[in-house]
Design a protein around this ligand. Structure first.
Ligand code: 13P
Length: 284
């Protein structure tokens, strides 16, 4: 197999009622970890990279690494550009071979969001690239959701239906009470809003900010139409903690193959648990 678009993966997940995990990676080691975890559990996999990760790793380097992973294991693997805000940057990555992109114009007013997303969709369609966009907004200022649940930050179900209709996107990221990063207190998700969006929007829905959300809540969102679950922070933490522990216990260590291995092992266990949580195991 070679790198696939997320489109078919997400439609299959939506149809069968599971979600595909989108794991944010940063380098060779983290790509290896998520690919090994997915291969072991026979799960489809979305490897997600933000613009800053792509800049750090190098767009061609990263694509080549993911390409190797996609050929090595008998599972569908996609590489997805996560939270890109610049249209020209997105187009250049599509030109390079990225097959799935998120245009995040959620900070713009509704009409401008539509305009920018439509421009990306028109370009992406020419190359068979799938497009995710976000309506509603989740971000740093939403970290402590129990304090302020301003409706204006959440996805409006009617607007979502109009947004999907007018843009022609392939998947929709929704804001229903999650936030990026960890939570100071237990997040409260707006399940009835999600249910309403699901009723009005016939597309795979995407849950951002899944780190720190209890498994049973994520499963409930999957039952209500979430077909892609984004996880970053909960993978980074065990990796860093295990490496830190190793370096403290072995102050003389200087071989990356030695001190990175505990990080990889710790991250792989979390990735496997998340795959089972998504119900994508055995679906490859
Ligand atoms: P977390 O860091 O909260 O897991 O969010 C990941 C995400 O949504 C990436 O788009």
């Amino acid at each position: 197999m070679s790198i696939v678009s997320t489109k078919e993966m997400l439609l299959a997940a939506k149809k069968e009622g599971y979600a595909v995990p989108a794991f944010n990676i940063h380098n060779l080691e983290t790509v290896q970890v998520v690919a090994e975890a997915a291969a072991e559990l026979m799960s489809p996999l979305i490897i997600a990279a933000t613009p800053s990760t792509i800049q750090y790793a190098g767009p061609d380097y990263l694509l080549a690494i993911v390409d190797v992973a996609s050929r090595r294991y008998g599972i569908p693997i996609a590489i997805h550009l996560d939270h890109a805000e610049e249209v020209e940057r997105i187009k250049s990555l599509i030109d390079l071979g990225y097959k799935s992109v998120m245009i995040d114009a959620s900070h713009l007013p509704f009409e401008e969001n539509i305009r920018m997303v439509t421009e990306v969709v028109e370009y992406a369609n020419r190359y068979g690239v799938s497009v995710e966009a976000e309506l509603g907004r989740l971000g740093g200022q939403e970290d402590d959701l129990t304090v302020d649940e301003e409706d204006s930050f959440y996805t409006d179900p009617d607007k979502a239906a109009e947004f999907v209709e007018r843009t022609g996107i392939d998947s929709l990221a929704v804001a229903i009470g999650t936030a990026h990063g960890l939570y100071k207190s237990e997040p409260k998700l707006d399940f009835s809003r999600l249910q309403e969006i699901h009723r009005k929007v016939d597309l795979p829905l995407v849950l951002h900010g899944a780190s720190g959300i209890p498994d049973q809540d994520v499963k409930k969102t999957i039952a209500l139409g979430i077909a892609k679950v984004n996880i970053a922070t909960e993978l980074k933490i065990p990796f860093a903690e295990a490496v830190r522990r190793y370096l403290i216990e072995h102050p003389e260590a200087n071989d990356p193959r030695k001190y990175l291995t505990p990080g990889k092992n710790a991250m792989r266990e979390v990735a496997k648990n998340k795959i089972v949580m998504c119900g994508s195991n055995g679906k490859a």
